[in-house]
Design a binder for this molecule. Structure first.
Ligand code: CA
Length: 419
C-alpha cells in the first residue's frame, strides 16, 4: 500500500473511547491505532514516570505522570487537526503519523528524567527513537502493522527531520501540542496559576498558510500570555530551588553507587535493572524499559540499609526529604570557601556538595531564514510577520535579554550555621 492510499476511517472504532481528564475534560479516541498504542506496555510504563520528576517534593500534588500528559498532547493535536483551517492540508496517513507522534513523543523518558540522563549520559530523545524503531517493542509492532514506513515517519516527526514542517510544528515548536498541554497540566497539578493561558483563543486564531502554522493578529495577546506563563512556570515550578536540591541529591546517590561499584563494593542486594547503567554498558532498549521510578525507589529503600555510611545517609535524606540547603553562589572563591568548611566539618565533598546554574530564555528569536522555528503572525492584509515584529511585549523581552541564570550551591542543612 502506498502511504497516500491509507484511509483512517477504515480503522474507526465501533465505539469511541474516552479518558476523563481535568485539563481537556475528555480525551477522545476514535481510531484503533491510537487505542492500540495506548495499550502497549511501553506507553503504560509512563504511568510509573512522574511528569515533573522531583517537583512533588515542593508542590506535593504534582504527582501526575507522563501518561496523562501524552494523552493530553494527542488531544490538543487532534483538536488542531479538526480546525477548519486544517481541512485539505494533510492526508490520512499524515494525520495518523502526527497523532501517533503526539502520543509517543515522551515514550523514551527515564525515571527522574533529567538527573538520571545527566549521570548516565543517556538521552530520552535517543531512547524515544529506539523504542519506536525497535521491532521487538509493542509500539513498533502496532505502528508497523499499519504501514512498514510508519515507525520511521513517526520518529522523524519527533526528531524534527520529517520533510513536512507542518507535522513537526504541531508536536514540537515554540507553540505546540506538547507545550500547551504541559503548561496547563503542570499549572493545574501544582496548584499554581502561573501556567494558565487561553488555549481556546489560541486555537481559534490558528491558521495554516504555505504549509506552516501561523496565528491571526487578534490572537497576539493570548500568545503573549502563553509566553509569559511559560517563563513564570520555569522559575516558579520547573527550576524551583527545592526541586533542584532534590535532584542534586539524586545525582549524588548515583555518583556514590557508581564509585562504590568501581571499587568493587559488595552490594548486599542485587539491583539487576540498575546495573547496566552503573556499569556504563551500552544499554539495550529492553533493559532501558525495565528502569522506572518504582524500581529506583525500591532500590533506594534497600540501599538505606547498606553498610556504606555515605550511601545509606544519602538514601535516607532522599526518601525522608531531608534535602540539602541551598544558597546563591557568588563566585569561585565562595565555592572554595564552602568546600573547605565542609571538609573541616568532616564531610566528603564529592557527595555532600553540589551546584547548578539553569538558564531560561522566554522567547527564542531565530530571525529571518528560520521562520519555521518562530511563532508567525498573520496580519489582516495577508502578510506574515515574526512574533517580535508584531508584539511589543515579546519585542521588549527579546531586546532586554531577559535570559535569567540562577547559580546555586547545595550542602547539608545541619551545617548552615557554619557556612
Ligand atoms: Ca512532553
Amino acid at each position: 500500500m502506498h502511504r497516500n492510499d491509507y484511509v483512517l476511517e477504515k480503522d474507526r472504532l465501533n465505539e469511541s473511547r474516552v479518558f476523563r481528564d481535568p485539563i481537556h475534560r475528555y480525551i477522545h479516541i476514535y481510531h484503533l491505532p491510537f487505542w492500540q498504542l495506548i495499550n502497549t506496555k511501553e506507553m503504560q510504563r509512563l504511568r510509573r514516570i512522574h511528569q515533573l520528576g522531583g517537583t512533588h517534593q515542593v508542590y506535593q500534588t504534582a504527582e501526575h505522570t507522563r501518561f496523562p500528559h501524552s494523552l493530553g498532547v494527542y488531544e490538543v493535536v487532534r483538536r488542531m487537526l479538526e480546525l477548519e483551517t486544517f481541512q485539505g492540508q494533510l492526508n490520512d496517513y499524515e494525520r495518523l503519523s502526527v497523532l501517533c507522534a503526539a502520543l509517543l513523543h515522551d515514550v523514551g523518558h527515564g525515571p527522574f528524567s533529567h538527573s538520571f540522563e545527566h549521570v548516565f549520559a543517556v538521552s530520552h530523545e535517543d531512547f524515544t527513537r529506539r523504542i519506536i524503531l525497535d521491532p521487538d517493542t509493542e509500539v513498533n509492532q502496532v505502528l508497523a502493522s499499519y504501514h512498514p514506513k510508519l515507525p520511521e515517519d513517526v520518529a522523524s516527526i519527533i526528531e524534527k527531520t520529517h520533510p513536512n514542517p507542518l507535522l513537526i510544528q504541531l508536536v514540537s515548536s515554540q507553540i505546540d501540542g506538547d507545550r500547551m498541554d504541559y503548561l496547563l497540566r503542570d499549572s493545574y497539578f501544582t496548584g499554581t496559576s502561573y501556567g494558565n493561558f487561553d488555549m481556546e483563543r489560541i486555537l481559534r486564531t490558528l491558521r495554516v498558510k504555505n504549509k506552516q502554522i501561523v496565528f491571526k493578529e487578534s490572537g497576539v495577546q493570548a500568545i503573549e500570555d502563553y509566553i509569559l506563563a511559560r517563563y513564570h512556570m520555569y522559575w516558579q515550578v520547573y527550576y524551583h530551588p527545592t526541586t533542584r536540591s532534590y535532584e542534586r541529591l539524586l545525582i549524588l546517590i548515583f555518583r556514590r553507587i557508581r564509585d562504590l561499584y568501581q571499587q568493587g563494593y559488595p552490594f548486599e542486594n542485587p539491583m539487576p535493572y540498575l546495573m547496566p547503567f552503573i556499569a556504563g554498558e551500552d544499554v539495550s532498549v529492553e533493559a532501558y524499559l525495565k528502569m522506572d521510578e518504582s524500581c529506583l525507589l525500591y532500590y533506594f529503600s534497600l540501599l538505606e540499609e547498606t553498610k556504606d555510611a555515605i550511601l545509606s545517609d544519602l538514601c535516607t535524606r532522599f526518601l525522608s526529604r531531608k534535602l540539602f540547603k541551598y544558597r546563591n553562589l557568588k563566585d569561585e572563591a565562595d565555592y572554595a570557601r564552602i568546600r573547605d568548611q565542609l571538609e573541616k566539618l568532616g564531610y566528603d565533598v564529592n557527595y555532600y556538595l553540589a551546584m547548578d546554574d539553569p538558564k531560561q530564555t522566554p522567547y527564542i528569536h531565530y530571525g529571518a531564514g528560520h521562520e519555521v522555528e518562530e511563532i508567525q503572525i498573520l496580519r489582516p492584509d495577508g502578510s506574515i510577520h515574526l512574533l517580535p515584529e508584531v508584539s511589543e511585549i515579546v519585542h521588549a523581552i527579546v531586546e532586554s535579554k531577559l535570559d535569567k541564570q540562577d547559580k546555586k550551591v547545595y550542602f547539608p542543612k545541619e551545617v548552615k550555621n557554619w557556612i
